[in-house]
Design a protein around this ligand. Structure first.
Ligand code: GRG
Length: 322
């Protein structure tokens, strides 16, 4: 992360790290030690904490404080961590390395990794249910459920695994088609490949970014007598949509161009599996142009929100190396 942006974000990241630890410690005090250990191993591993940062920056842009934003930020990082643990399992993406460390199932075995993911997802709702007042709690639970569930992240993961041939259904004859053909066969969706790639990623990655921003706006505004400002919420959603696709384009580019050392995870796996990706569909140069354009869209939305930090964060993602 560029020095100046990092300096501005560092104190917030420190607060996020300690909020993650304190929520996890206090809310799992009475849980069996092995599940606490597996949850803590993955949650406290060195992630970028992008989603909690987005919640904090959106909250500040909407007139709130970091204290108000932290529970939502902690909750969304718990959901994100659960998704990574489950995504790394042999039945899904089958990875050994995550955040520069052995994946949860490599360290603790598959059964405990599945349970750690389940427990982190559940704990996220616990975290937001008890703070910031009843209206904030209700809309925050809704934001998490929408982002994480079957129309959001789980739906996107389902489409991804269908395209990959890892979910077979009565409709998919399995294995021999391209990812797009497999998806068409199973979903009946025959829009052009780019539109479908973007729909997949808007669900799989973008939906949680939207939840992150919304959690921040709700934390700042939901208890106000006048309620949530719809213009703020719409700008937050626009930022999240552009940021989510931008993040995915650059994730795909990293898979083509980075090394495991830099990225902290296995690279080169998309092409090896013939996955549906931006570089695969558009080529590397066009994918870079796409990233720049999405970066501009996110910056415009950040300006509407009055947040130079959200603008800088989007610019950082355009050129990120991990
Ligand atoms: C298992 C329901 C379920 C969903 C999994 C998130 C996800 C869906 C899969 C992860 C696969 C992947 C690499 C997606 C690309 C975008 C992404 C979420 C990358 C990881 O997020 P970062 O870069 O990770 O923010 P850190 O470790 O920094 O938090």
């Amino acid at each position: 992360m560029p020095g100046k942006l990092w300096d501005e974000l560092k104190s917030r990241q420190t607060r996020i790290e300690s909020a993650l630890k304190s929520h996890l410690d206090s809310l799992t005090q009475d849980a069996p030690e092995p599940i606490r250990a597996a949850m803590g191993y993955s949650l406290m591993a060195p992630g970028k904490r992008l989603r909690p940062l987005l919640a904090v920056l959106a909250c500040e842009a909407a007139g709130g404080t970091i204290e108000q934003a932290l529970p939502g930020g902690v909750a969304i990082e718990m959901v994100h961590t659960y998704s990574l643990i489950h995504d790394d399992l042999p039945a899904m993406d089958d990875d050994d390395l995550r955040r520069g460390m052995p994946t949860c199932h490599k360290k603790y075995g598959e059964a405990l990794a599945i349970l750690a993911g389940d427990a982190l997802l559940t704990l996220a709702f616990h975290v937001v249910a008890g703070v910031n007042g009843p209206r904030t709690a209700a809309v925050s639970c809704l934001a998490i459920a929408e982002g994480a569930g079957a129309v959001g992240m789980v739906g996107g993961q389902t489409l991804d695994l269908i395209a990959d041939g890892r979910i077979s259904t009565d409709l998919a004859s399995g294995g021999r088609e391209s990812p797009v053909e497999t998806l068409t066969e199973v979903t009946g969706d025959s829009r052009p490949p780019l539109a479908r790639l973007e729909d997949l990623h808007a669900r799989k990655t973008g939906a949680l970014f939207r939840s992150s921003l919304r959690l921040g706006v709700y934390a700042a505004q939901a208890e106000r007598p006048e309620g949530v400002n719809t213009k703020t919420l719409a700008a937050a959603d626009r930022y999240a949509a552009a940021f989510g696709l931008l993040f995915q384009v650059t994730d795909d580019l990293l898979d083509v161009e980075s090394t495991a050392d830099k990225a902290g995870k296995r690279v080169g796996k998309d092409a090896a599996r013939g996955k549906l990706t931006y570089p695969g569909l558009l080529g590397v140069e066009e994918s870079r142009r796409k990233a720049a354009e999405l970066g501009r869209q996110a910056v415009t939305a950040a300006e509407e929100l009055g947040s130079p930090l959200l603008a800088s964060l989007a610019q950082y993602v355009v050129t990120r190396e991990r």
